[in-house]
Design a protein around this ligand. Structure first.
Ligand code: NDP
Length: 289
């Protein structure tokens, strides 16, 4: 069920892309942003500018939040008192699972229900069919607004716990940022040798395509099988040491390869010399025990 109306609060790059996607599909969109000028272009396209947060909340049952984090939500919605009652807040701002759960409770105390969302795409992916967002929260609220939310991306509902969507999102981001920073670090080293990011691109793309490794090792990890028949931790340790020396020789910051080397060496100190590097998953797990 949808009445093709929605409120969007937060007009950073993501929020603006969301409003544009809704407008493209003929939705009536009410918008509010702390910096009001960010709504100007959207208003020219047909969005309605709410003068106050209360007015934005009153306009529609479904209110999409696209903010830097949940602290911004409290800053914006804190002063709104009765206006929150009866609203479904699709909070597509990213934050921790704990923050998502606390916010759901905070909103419930004010008569609103939260759908936590974790968007897996940049602004350019919003409104395209092959992109996806994790959702969690009350199933009936999700089903009531699924059609509207699917204007933005496809919806991957994780369950009632408001922290679940945030958890899935953070798992993905843990991997994403590490990969991206590793790429930037490698480009920094390459540049000291006159190799530009664009020149390095074909190799970067090939190296980033690790699908065959993940597919090979994932079932083994789940089975607790870290046998060193394909790779040995000692081999990996030597390899990352060579990387570290190459980075140091280039005069580039060594923090990143040093952290990787440290993980390998802790694995070796843990008696895993002849196991696969996948045994590091047990070393990491022991760190949090
Ligand atoms: P931005 O941080 O650029 O903008 C978010 C919005 O938050 C702005 O409207 C800003 O208002 C508002 N805001 C921040 N702090 C406050 C505050 N204290 N009080 C009031 N308003 C505040 O984020 P993006 O648009 O890039 O992203 C939105 C969310 O989506 C983030 O949680 C991000 O992690 C997530 N995300 C982003 C992706 C991306 O590629 N950009 C990809 C996937 C998820 P103002 O305009 O006044 O500054």
């Amino acid at each position: 069920m949808t009445d093709r109306t929605v409120t969007v609060i937060g007009l950073g790059p993501m929020g603006r892309a969301m409003v544009n996607a809704f407008l493209d599909r003929g939705y009536q969109v009410t918008v509010w942003n702390r910096t009001a000028a960010k709504a100007d272009e959207l208003v020219r396209r047909g969005a309605r500018r709410a003068a106050t947060v209360d007015e934005a909340l009153a306009a529609n049952e479904l209110v999409v939040l696209s903010l830097t984090d949940y602290d911004a939500m409290y800053a914006i919605l804190g002063p709104a008192t009765t206006a929150l009652s009866g609203r479904v807040i699709a909070n597509l701002s990213s934050d921790t699972p704990e923050q998502a759960r606390e916010a759901a409770t905070w909103l419930a105390e004010r008569g609103a229900r939260q759908l936590t969302g974790g968007m897996q795409v940049p602004p350019s992916g919003i409104g395209t069919p092959d992109s996806a967002t994790y959702y969690s929260g009350p199933a009936d609220a999700f089903e009531a607004h699924r059609q509207t939310l699917e204007v933005l991306t496809s919806a991957d509902y994780q369950g009632e716990d408001p922290g679940l969507a945030a958890l899935r999102y953070q798992l993905q981001m843990n991997m994403f940022w590490t990969i991206m920073v590793s790429w930037l670090h490698t480009v920094a080293v390459a540049r000291t040798h006159g190799i530009t990011a664009t020149e390095f691109l074909p190799v970067a793309l090939k190296t980033a395509d690790v699908a065959q490794f993940l597919e090979f090792y994932a079932p083994r990890i789940d089975a607790g099988d870290h046998r060193g028949d394909v790779d040995r931790l000692a081999m990996g340790e030597a390899s990352i040491r060579h990387v570290l020396h190459t980075v140091r020789a280039a005069g580039v910051d060594t923090t990143l390869p040093a952290a990787v080397l440290d993980a390998f060496q802790r694995g070796m100190a843990d008696g895993r010399v002849d196991q696969s590097f996948t045994s590091l998953v047990e070393v990491f797990a022991a760190d949090t025990a």
